[in-house]
Structure formats: C-alpha cells, structure tokens
Write a protein that binds this ligand. Structure first.
Ligand SMILES: [Zn+2]
Length: 236
C-alpha cells in the first residue's frame, strides 16, 4: 500500500514543520519580553508622574536660586559701598536703609530657595529611583530582542529546509490521496492527515462515533476515510 506509506511519511514531515512553527511562535523569550515590556510601561507611567512633580519644582527652585543670588550680590555691593563711602550723613543713611531692606529680602529669598530645595530633593530622588529600575530592564529588553531575532531566523531556516523535504514527500503521494490531503492541510493550516488515538482523531481531538470507528477499523485494507469532523485523512 504505497499511498498509505507515502501519506504517513508526509504526515510525519508536516508534524515536524508544525513543531518548529510552534516553537518559533511560542518562544519563552517572547513571553519574558512581553513581561519586561509591561514592567517598562508601568515604570514609564510612574516616571511621567514623578517628573510632573519634579519639573515644576526644579524650575521654581532655579528661579528662587537666581533671585536669592542677585539679592545677595546686591547686598554685598551695598555693604562695600557703605564701608568705602565718603559721602555725607544723609547719603550714608540712605545706603544703610537700602542695605537693611535688601538684607531682609535676601534672607527671605534664601528661605524660599531652601524650602524649595527640600521639596525638590526627594522628587529628584524619586525620578532617579525609577530610572534606576528601568535601566536593567531596558538592557534585558535589548538582549531578548536580539536573542529572539536570532532564534526566529534559525528556526525559519530549519523550517525552510523541512518544507523542501515535505514537498518531496508530498509529490510521492499518489492521486487522489495527495490532492485531498493538501486540501485538508490548507483548510486546517497543518497536516492533512491524522491518526486515531483512543477513539479520537488526533488532529481535531474529536471522538469518532462507534459507527465511524468501525469504518476506520476497516481502512487497514487501504480504503481510507476522512475524519467526519475536520476532514483529515485518518491513517491506520
Ligand atoms: Zn479530525
């Protein structure tokens, strides 16, 4: 029964192809990559939130720092002017008055600067912590992407050579079995034949009725039947 052997051989080749496809499409690295990407998305959302707190504080601190620095500079200049002044009493009084008010303003500005700094520091730390958590994940993501690309390429090469072998085996199946095998293979996107395992078609896993099971037992003669559920050849 040449056609039966040829169909078994083709089924074997298709199952190898299915295994390699399944391996390629369900890489454990792909699962890990999805987890890493989910973690990164969570961290990115947290980073945006932390930056929304940090960034306005940082600009407010910058502004406060500049305004305190210019007041301090003005105060120091006035002190120097006062120390070296040769002017009259009225002029000295006016400088002293200005110095007092600038000194007060500088002290207030420095207080504002300090309180902003105290708020800014934990906010900046929060941003750094999140970036620190993301860094190894970004590196892991790149590793996984490279590994997956390599594995997919290798498995695709393997699949290509299996498909060449599969086509040779397909051409060895005589008609009409070949055409019907290929028709079923196209419909189910896999092997076009199946075996019967514990009363079930092992292609679609659906149990055969007692009547069909009796019919199947008679196919050892070479008169094949198709699975009533999925249409694959049921090979004895
Ligand atoms: Zn079936």
């Amino acid at each position: 029964m040449e056609h039966l052997d040829a169909l078994h051989s083709l089924l074997e080749a298709d199952r190898w192809c299915e295994r390699v496809r399944a391996q390629r499409d369900h890489l454990p690295e792909q699962t890990e990559l999805a987890e890493v990407e989910a973690q990164l998305r969570t961290l990115l959302a947290a980073l945006k939130q932390a930056q929304a707190v940090h960034d306005p504080l940082a600009s407010a601190y910058q502004a406060a720092h500049q305004s305190a620095a210019s007041l301090v500079e003005r105060r120091d200049r006035l002190r120097k002017t006062l120390d070296t002044s040769t002017g009259g009493a009225r002029e000295l009084e006016s400088i002293t008055h200005e110095l007092d008010s600038v000194t007060n303003a500088a002290a207030e500005a420095e207080d504002v600067e300090l309180s902003l700094l105290l708020e800014l520091e934990p906010a900046a730390q929060q941003v750094d912590v999140i970036k620190g958590q993301a860094q190894p994940l970004v590196a892991r993501r790149a590793d996984l992407q490279a590994t997956i690309a390599g594995l997919v390429e290798t498995l695709n090469e393997e699949l290509a050579s299996l498909l060449v072998d599969r086509d040779t085996r397909s051409r060895a199946v005589p008609e009409p079995w070949r055409a019907r095998y290929e028709g079923a293979a196209k419909r189910v996107s896999g092997a076009g034949a199946a075996l019967v395992d514990a009363g079930r078609c092992d292609g679609c896993r659906i149990a055969l009725s007692p009547l069909d099971l009796d019919r199947f037992k008679a196919t050892v003669s070479g008169e094949l039947m198709e699975c009533p559920s999925c249409g694959r050849w049921l090979l004895p």
